[in-house]
Design a protein around this ligand. Structure first.
Ligand code: 13P
Length: 284
């Protein structure tokens, strides 16, 4: 299939009360393992890249590879730049062929976040590209204050105003998660999520998926999260699997042999998290 807009995948997920994983990938293997697993499971997926990883794979190459692999499968695949930091970077990704966009100026004050997000939305919508914005700030899991201090969380009234003034199609919320490896267990503000979900009518995203306990993730999916962003856990797993295979000494010391040997354990890992998010309790 051709690439689908993230917002269409997420609206479908919302109707079905399901959640899709937005994975951050950065090279051929990390893209292919995700699309192959999604196809095996028939679970839609959204492929993303961090702007900094264009050093590994330029935006246009990432978009071309994802588009080509998506065209060979039946399952819906979306393609989004994750955490676009400014207008120029988002436009670079648009030129490279990205079909959905995230602009993250959530570290700025509310008015400036509205202004910069609205600017990207205007340009993207003119080109038929859907946009995710972020309100409240999802910080770094190494800083406990980032995910424990409610000052960083999304305010319900502000979420309504932000959506109205920017025109975003998808909203990333801050309810007690952060990016990377947590220094203490996160505790999601589920009541706040419920209120945001009730007050808004666009798909909601939870960033910082790695390390959030399963029961809390399931509770967040049940309360309106339609996309879970997941990066650190995937990258750690790749390294761990590669190391185990190398240490076991059972393959020839060739990069191609390592990549092939990693395929099965990586599919198993991806299947677990995709199923957790997409399947209802009675389907597991
Ligand atoms: P983690 O790296 O904590 O999984 O977060 C990923 C993320 O939110 C990407 O936007």
């Amino acid at each position: 299939m051709a690439l689908e807009k993230a917002v269409d995948i997420l609206k479908y997920a919302d109707e079905q009360k399901r959640c899709v994983i937005g994975f951050d990938a950065f090279n051929l293997e990390s893209i292919k393992w995700i699309i192959d697993t999604a196809e095996e499971e028939q679970i839609p997926v959204i492929m993303m890249i961090y702007p900094a990883d264009k050093k590994i794979m330029p935006f246009s190459t990432f978009a071309a590879v994802t588009g080509d692999l998506a065209s060979k499968v039946r399952v819906p695949v979306g393609l989004m730049l994750d955490h676009g930091p400014d207008f120029a970077t988002t436009m670079e990704a648009v030129k490279g062929g990205f079909s959905s966009m995230m602009i993250d100026t959530s570290h700025l004050d509310f008015e400036e976040n509205v202004r910069q997000t609205a600017e990207v939305v205007k340009a993207c919508h003119a080109l038929g590209i859907d946009v995710e914005g972020e309100l409240g700030h999802v910080g770094i899991a190494a800083n406990e204050d980032d995910y424990k201090n409610a000052d960083n969380f999304t305010r319900v009234d502000k979420a309504v105003e932000f959506i109205e003034r920017t025109g975003v199609d998808i909203l990333a919320v801050s309810i007690g998660t952060a990016h990377g490896s947590y220094v203490s267990a996160p505790k999601l503000d589920l009541e706040r999520l419920e209120q945001i979900n009730a007050a808004t009518d666009i798909p909601l995203v939870l960033h910082g998926g790695t390390g959030v306990p399963e029961d809390q993730l399931k509770a967040a999916f049940a309360r309106g999260i339609n996309k879970l962003n997941y990066a650190t856990g995937y990258k750690l797993k790749m390294y761990e699997v590669a190391k185990q295979i190398i240490d076991a000494g059972e393959i020839r010391p060739r990069m191609g042999d390592l990549v092939l040997a990693m395929e099965r354990p990586m599919h198993e890992f991806l299947r677990g998290i995709m199923r957790l998010a997409w399947l209802h309790e009675d389907e597991r």
